[in-house]
Design a protein around this ligand. Structure first.
Ligand SMILES: [Zn+2]
Length: 451
């Protein structure tokens, strides 16, 4: 894949050894408009299918190649809300599946590698692993299929060693107040917080794309975690945010926490978002980025937002249609409430043996990354119950998924010693399960010795 000066066009040449695809597809249907198929490539050519949905190779033989080019400017203007590409100063952010076509059928036996030819001074920020000699990247079968954003541009790309892995941090070309050192400290602390749950960071490598956007507060405006092709996150940094506002802000920890979770179906947002939300809070306390009082206050305030949002359909239904109904608060925080209830139930019934961290470890082993495909959250609950030897997770979650009201927490608050006075959470150490509450927000070493 070769880029023009200024990253205006990408020229792709796709060569085949043995496997010859019948059809090639793009992950972003709108991107088809930006494709130019006129480039010659020996005997083979690429034509649009009759229904316009895919691209069909013609005259392709083993050892042959297909060529096309993509108008990247056009790509940045496509799709009103979610354009497959955007420019940040001189840098380009792009969904690789919008430029690179993939076989409609991609089996695990196919080995696909990519080499980039970039203009002088430009580099690529990609989550993909490299071949042994470092000259090429290796694409897995989800790299072009799942949501993914990669960057090309003139940014610096120094790997940061943190949480037992190498993290590539690319800060894109837009004004921002935070320093490079401040941004690196922020990412490092977020990765270390997530590593507390797994012993080390739950992916072999991580790419963090930091995109400054005009804003002051909150310090990080939005984030996305992506696992296609390798672990990566895109974090929208407020241009006005200062270094000291960054360590311990919630978005970074939340997005990195997703990468330590099993990959689940989109309809299971209550689990994927709810459990990431629960851990964004408790991990910040364990890492010393927030006090226990602060995180219980955050959790309580979040539950309040969740209670006020949605509530007409069951949580299972809201979870499946979250993006249509925009019931984000409801789904995120009801899911976080289930995580808390489950954590307390496990710690209460199996002290020193089971807590939600152990289930998270088990689920990450089963469905971390993309190796084993996406799981259903209900199946994960049953798998945890099989390991525990008793039905705990499945019945508890099922009870809440089939209800339209927010999970009831009065008794749990009383047991944990979470007293609310004028909206302010007061921690009561005399409560029967105050030790469980303290264990939830304690550093891993303390938790082990408490068992
Ligand atoms: Zn999330």
């Amino acid at each position: 894949m070769r880029f023009d000066e200024g990253l205006e066009r990408a020229h792709v040449r796709l060569c085949f050894r043995r496997f010859l695809p019948k059809r090639l597809v793009t992950s972003h249907p709108a991107a088809r408009e930006a494709f130019d198929l006129s480039a010659p490539a020996g005997d083979a050519s690429l034509v649009r299918s009759r229904d316009g949905q895919s691209f069909v190779p013609q005259g392709l033989k083993p050892g042959g190649c297909l060529s096309w080019s993509v108008d990247l400017d056009r790509l940045t203007r496509l799709g009103r809300r979610r354009s497959p590409a955007s420019r940040v100063g001189r840098d380009l952010l792009v969904a690789p599946g919008a430029v690179m076509l993939r076989p409609a059928l991609w089996t695990t036996r196919m080995l696909v590698t990519v080499r980039f030819v970039l203009p002088e001074g430009y580099r690529a920020a990609l989550p993909w692993p490299r071949t042994k000699d470092g000259s090429r990247y290796i694409l897995d079968r989800y790299a072009l299929r799942l949501e993914s954003t990669v960057a090309f541009g003139r940014f610096a790309l120094e790997p940061l060693e943190a949480a037992g892995i190498l993290i590539d941090v690319a800060v894109l070309d837009a004004d921002h107040r935070a320093t490079r050192a401040g941004i690196r400290t922020w990412i490092r602390k977020a990765a270390e917080a997530v590593a507390l749950l797994h012993g080390r960071f739950p992916a072999p490598r991580l790419l963090a794309l930091v995109q400054p956007v005009p804003a002051r507060d909150p310090p990080v405006v939005f984030g996305t975690a992506m696992r296609g092709g390798g672990a990566h996150v895109r974090l929208l940094l407020a241009s006005g945010a200062k270094d000291e506002a960054l360590p311990g802000e919630w978005v970074g920890v939340h997005e990195l926490a997703h990468l330590g979770m099993p990959w689940t179906l989109d309809t299971d947002a209550w689990f994927q978002e709810g459990f990431a939300t629960y851990y964004q809070e408790v991990l910040r306390a364990r890492a010393g980025l927030k006090t226990p009082q602060q995180v219980w206050q955050n959790i309580h305030d979040g539950f309040g937002r969740g209670r006020r949002s949605g509530g007409k359909r069951t949580l299972a239904a809201e979870s499946a249609a979250m993006h249509e109904h925009h019931t984000y608060h409801r789904v995120y925080w009801a899911g976080a409430a289930i995580a808390l209830l489950l954590d307390v139930e496990l710690r209460r019934r199996f002290p020193g043996r089971w807590c939600l961290d152990d289930a998270m470890g088990l689920w990450h082993e089963m469905h971390g990354g993309t190796r084993a495909g996406a799981a259903r959250a209900t199946a994960l609950m049953r798998a945890a119950d099989r390991r525990i030897g008793q039905p705990v997770c499945a019945p508890l979650t099922q009870a809440h998924l089939s209800r339209a009201d927010f999970p009831e927490l009065t008794q749990t608050y009383a047991a944990l010693g979470l007293r609310v006075e004028d909206g302010r959470v007061v921690l009561d150490d005399e409560a029967p399960l105050a030790n469980v509450r303290r264990a939830i927000t304690s550093p891993a070493a303390d938790r082990r010795s408490a068992r």
